[in-house]
Design a binder for this molecule. Structure first.
Ligand code: IMP
Ligand code: MG
Length: 183
């Protein structure tokens, strides 16, 4: 059945099938790099929840998972500061930690988050993002695992939202300008 929100999408950039391919590739890579280990995935809510659920099930190794709620975005503009709304419940000292992100744009969110987590003395700390928007970068940040790249467009679906909507689309698409321009 056709999705009600489909009318707001200008074009699809990653289909359900291509997302699944990207996730499997990342899963294979991470499983190989962390063989014999028990990495802790830190899922940055809410956007990364959909990706993380698929990513962890693509592993051929065990892992643990914990969640954080941070925010640096209001509407489509980055506010440039990190709000920790909900912190971890796991002590990450000595752990092999992988931050799971939906998309890296300016890098501001991850930069601050990485600094915050580094202070807690993990054994290792890497970043895995489904998507990278390299043209948006404002701070220097090393992203260790990248599923795919996107241009300088505002995208939604597969966890990504516009004002909390569109997260449950199974594909990733560009939002029509008309959806946010009349506000
Ligand atoms: P950064 O701090 O600019 O790298 O922002 C990263 C966060 O902003 C991501 O985790 C997303 O939640 C959000 N974000 C950045 N670009 C987009 C987009 O195109 N669509 C939806 N959310 C986005
Ligand atoms: Mg996010």
């Amino acid at each position: 059945m056709k999705h009600e929100l489909e009318q707001d999408i200008k074009k699809v950039i990653y289909s359900e099938r291509s997302i699944s391919g990207m996730v499997k590739k990342l899963g294979t890579q991470i499983s190989r790099d962390y063989a014999g280990k028990n990495p802790l995935l830190i899922v940055v809510l809410k956007g990364s929840a959909v990706f993380a659920a698929d990513l962890m099930r693509s592993f051929s190794i065990g892992c643990e998972i914990d969640f954080m709620v941070v925010s640096s975005y209001v509407g489509i503009q980055s506010t440039g500061n990190l709000n920790v709304i909900q912190d971890l419940r796991t002590d990450i000292a000595g752990r092999d930690v992988i931050i799971v992100e939906d998309i890296v744009d300016s890098g501001v969110t991850l930069r601050s988050l990485k600094d915050l987590l580094t202070d807690r003395s993990p054994n290792s700390l890497k970043i895995c993002t489904l998507l990278d928007k390299p043209t948006g970068r404002k701070v220097d940040i090393q992203v260790d695992y990248v599923g795919g790249k996107v241009g300088n467009e505002f995208i939604v679906g597969y966890g990504l939202d516009y004002n909390e909507k569109y997260r449950n689309l199974s594909y990733i698409g560009v939002l029509k300008e008309s959806v946010y321009s009349h506000k």
